[in-house]
Design a protein around this ligand. Structure first.
Ligand SMILES: Nc1nc2c(c(=O)[nH]1)N[C@H]1C(S)=C(S)[C@@H](COP(=O)(O)O)O[C@H]1N2
Ligand SMILES: [Mo]
Length: 255
């Protein structure tokens, strides 16, 4: 959802209320229950507005001096397997990121394509639920403009990130994550291909990882090879929207 669409949605709520008032305002204005209802709706709109505004606020950014000299790696540190090894050996020349699901124009992006998209660099703190934090500098393609290029269908509500590593056992062991469209269009949400001014290291998700700075560490999917726009995630893994969510973590990990 673009900013304009989101504003449209907020306005839509107000507009239908307006239509109601035009038709019946004379009678209703005299009714104290109606006035109370309107005030209630206004409080609700204000609350919704605040909720959306808060979620659009930027995560704190740091200075180069704050960058952790030893940013920790967690979970998968190398996806292993012959296919990933082949990609690594060729400098990920053939790596593709598919963008599909509920989109108007499915994409298959090379790293060169990704680097040509609107980019951002930011120095942020990564917080893992396990109780450690590290500060790093990330450069990547902003997710919002990328999604606009694919064109989300109106039914799309979440973006799922499919990863190349298998962290768990069995068919549901592949790592995946999902975020909503507020986080997807957040200006600090990136598909990062550089860390601390270097090509993204294998331990941190080479060649591409998600940065979604208002969320805890496990949402930051590494080794991303596919983005899927979905209306819900019942059909994926254990149905809870992510590898760790399927194992009991909260889906919404906002910080
Ligand atoms: N594909 C994949 N993404 C992942 C993980 C993983 O094991 N596999 N671990 C998550 C967790 S719990 C954290 S804290 C961060 C760690 O990122 P880092 O290795 O760059 O510190 O990646 C997240 N994304
Ligand atoms: Mo984590």
């Amino acid at each position: 959802m673009s900013d304009a669409n989101r504003r449209g949605w907020l306005r839509g709520a107000g507009a239908s209320l307006g239509a109601l008032m035009l038709g019946a305002c004379d009678r209703l204005n005299a009714d104290p229950r109606f006035t109370a209802m309107l005030q209630g709706a206004e409080v609700l709109t204000r609350r919704t507005q605040r909720l959306v505004t808060d979620r659009k606020a930027l995560a704190r950014e740091f200075s180069p001096a704050d960058i952790s000299p030893d940013f920790r790696a967690n979970g998968t540190r190398h996806p292993g397997g012959p296919e990933y090894a082949r990609h690594l050996a060729s400098g990920f020349a053939d790596w593709r990121i598919a963008v599909d699901g509920l989109v108007e124009r499915p994409l298959s992006l090379s790293l060169t394509d990704l680097r040509a998209l609107p980019a951002r660099t930011q120095i942020t703190r990564h917080d893992c639920v396990e109780g450690w934090s590290s500060i790093g500098k990330w450069t990547g393609a902003r997710l919002g403009p990328l999604l606009d290029r694919a064109g989300l269908k109106p039914e799309a509500r979440y973006i799922v990130f499919h990863c190349a590593d298998q962290l768990g056992i069995g068919p549901d062991g592949m790592y995946y994550e999902s975020i909503d469209l507020i986080d997807a269009y957040h200006s600090q949400t990136l598909l990062a291909y550089e860390m601390n001014d270097q090509v993204l290291p294998v331990a941190h998700g080479a060649p591409v990882r998600l940065r979604v700075e208002r969320q805890l560490g496990y949402k930051h999917a590494k080794y991303v090879h596919r983005l899927e726009a979905v209306a819900d995630f019942a059909h994926l893994g254990g149905g809870r929207g992510g590898f760790w969510e399927d194992r009991g973590y909260e889906w919404y990990a906002g910080i």
